[in-house]
Design a protein around this ligand. Structure first.
Ligand code: GDP
Ligand code: ZN
Length: 357
């Protein structure tokens, strides 16, 4: 197996060399995580695909979800003698990471995928078209470290896509925008060109916008035959093996995970500014530095709103998102405080136990 087909390059090689430099273990090799099971991972190595588990030392050092491998990771591992199995020693530093808070009250993080080069923000050129939603996807993309690319689908249904493109440009400064149709194939080749040379992509967008159709179009063949490979298990039965990271005909890779599809709202507030930098730019001209743009005199944001250069809807969505982010932050803080308190309780109980002995 040539790992370059899975995205291996000089940068990864350098990281691997740096790790090997600190280690005397001569059996180290690398592989990319294709699928995550409960406690193990399907990893593609130059010797083929292995089932791999983290070493005891690895697990001892791992504290939070991020410390464990995820789909798209490059891991350093060693083969278990005589088996198609591996033991994972470390994860090479990630270039991008998609995560979200797990639904419900928990603030546990779910890692959706890592080391994505291009994140395609998919939206259709019809009634699903929603700029506010796209703003959220952009925030997630900025937070992840992957390069966002906007893909407007179902071009065959749209009389005048340029109208939509103009709208998107007002919120997505400098982000490439492609208009495509998976039905006619228009524009697909340009996306395929991006996804070549071991570059990894993933699609993000609401249900019904055409992600499955686009995936099929990018694969040029039925995606099921790419995604699932029939293998024989030791009992001679046929089993189908599911992959969440798979190769495209053009030499690129695509990550398609359930989590990617369930995506809703990411919560790293750091990127609010990059997505709303028209408002942030206006805010620099407010009279007061701590202006909240609500009723302060000399507020440049309110002036723009009154003059019509800033849309009411955009102004509203800025505050809506700000409130949501503040809410998640508060929740996170409360949970963090609780966790901290529990930790102290545990520690002091242990001390009590010890002193009693
Ligand atoms: P997903 O939920 O994002 O994976 O969306 P699907 O790929 O399942 O597509 C949702 C619906 O849109 C289906 O009925 C598709 O047939 C339709 N669709 C997808 N791509 C196109 C396209 O390029 N043109 C048209 N006219 N319909 C499309
Ligand atoms: Zn202001």
């Amino acid at each position: 197996m040539n790992l370059q087909d899975y995205g291996w390059n000089n940068n990864w090689q350098k990281q691997f060399e740096a790790y090997k430099h600190l280690n005397t273990n001569e059996h180290l090799t690398v592989g990319r995580v294709l699928l995550e099971h409960k406690h193990s991972y399907r990893v593609m190595t130059e010797f083929g695909e292995w089932l791999a588990t983290p070493s005891g030392h690895f697990q001892y050092n791992a504290q939070v979800r991020r410390d464990y491998p995820a789909i798209g990771d490059w891991v350093v591992l060693e083969q278990m003698p005589g088996e198609e199995k591996g033991m994972i020693h470390t994860i090479l530093p990630r270039t991008s990471l998609f995560s979200r808070k797990v639904a419900g009250s928990s603030v546990e993080e779910q890692i959706i995928a890592v080391n994505i080069n291009y994140i395609f923000l998919v939206m259709s050129l019809n009634k699903d078209f929603n700029l506010r939603r796209l703003e959220r996807y952009l925030i997630a993309a900025y937070d992840s470290g992957a390069n966002p690319i906007i893909v407007l689908t179902k071009k065959d249904l749209c009389e005048d896509p340029s109208e939509y493109v103009d709208q998107v440009e007002t919120i997505a400064f400098g982000v490439p925008i492609y208009t495509v149709s998976s039905f006619t194939g228009e524009g697909i080749d340009l996306l395929q060109q991006l996804l070549s040379d071991g570059h990894t992509g993933a699609l993000l967008g609401s249900s019904g916008v055409g992600k499955s159709s686009l995936t099929n179009a990018l694969c040029k063949e039925n995606v099921m035959s790419v995604q699932t490979i029939r293998t024989d298990d030791d009992k001679g039965r046929h089993t189908t093996t599911h992959r969440e990271l798979f190769q495209l005909p053009n030499g690129g890779l695509l990550i398609d995970t359930p989590g990617m599809r369930e995506f809703q709202l990411w919560n790293n507030s750091g990127s609010l500014d990059s997505s709303f930098n028209d408002i942030e730019t206006l805010a620099q001209h407010c009279r007061f530095r701590d202006c909240e743009h609500k009723k302060e005199p000399g507020c440049a944001v309110l002036t723009a709103l009154a003059e019509g250069t800033l849309e009411q809807e955009r102004y509203n969505s800025y505050f809506k998102l700000k409130r949501e982010l503040a809410f998640i932050e508060r929740k996170t803080n409360t949970q963090a405080q609780l966790a901290e308190r529990n930790r102290w309780k545990k520690a002091s109980n242990q001390i009590k136990k010890k002193t009693r002995r």
